[in-house]
Write a protein that binds this ligand. Sequence first.
Ligand SMILES: C[S@@+](CC[C@H](N)C(=O)[O-])C[C@H]1O[C@@H](n2cnc3c(N)ncnc32)[C@H](O)[C@@H]1O
Length: 267
Amino acid sequence: MDRPAWAPDEVDITRPSVARVYDYYLGGSHNFEADRRFAEQVLAALPEMATVAQANRSFLRRVVRHLCAQGITQFLDLGSGIPTAGNVHEIAAATCPDPRVLYVDNDPIAVVHSRALLADDDSTEVLAADLTDPARILEAPLTRTHLDLSQPVAVLLVSVLHFVPDAADPAGIIRTFADATVPGSHVVVTHASDEGGHAGAHLAEKVYNRDQSPNPMRMRSSSELRSLFGELELLEPGVVRIPLWRPESPVGPEAQGYPGLAAVARC
Ligand SMILES: C[S@@+](CC[C@H](N)C(=O)[O-])C[C@H]1O[C@@H](n2cnc3c(N)ncnc32)[C@H](O)[C@@H]1O
């Protein structure tokens, strides 16, 4: 398999990564044969997976616009992925004055590609870090220079917490980031879920959890997701299927069975 110039040497391109698999669902070009093979297995289990990824992007657009309208201009995007059209910095730039975005990911391809794409964009920086170590992210010099934590920040955990096992304390991760921000900040989460007995989602989770999987998945129910927020107050409509979080156009009945949840808390 040929290694393109943009792929760092330390990246094992024979093993799938969730960042590159997600890039494939979204029609991107930063993925390899191993990613595409893996993605096709997920698509066989859950044929609507590409639509699910797109709905997640639509949610991102709605929520960033909503937060900008609340006066928030700073975004800490944890598990930001490989940038593709409609990323947070683009939505924010089109919506609010002088936005600041810090992308954080632990996938080398996501980091390298984000840095290359954003080299000339002073409003957006990229940090290579693992979100299960919030202290490292919060104390990183780049976080301190790029974001002003004395002002409200939106902490985004979009389509990533299902890769964080219970043992890594996802509730504690949310609490640590929320505690580090000032009142008026927000925490945004979308999360895979097979709630309601979604057979395709259940099968897709199994694909992610096969032996040797580099990114095991832990789907969660509405009540489990609610409990990750602890005492934080959720914005209306609370924990809902992703397309039902403040939709901008009519949503069909199929959204009730959608295999992903969304919730936004105010700190
Ligand atoms: C499904 S993608 C979602 C990307 C983006 N948030 C979006 O919605 O388009 C999940 C991303 O989270 C990253 N990720 C997974 N676990 C992580 C961790 N522990 N720390 C930082 N990033 C992580 C993956 O590398 C991947 O880029």
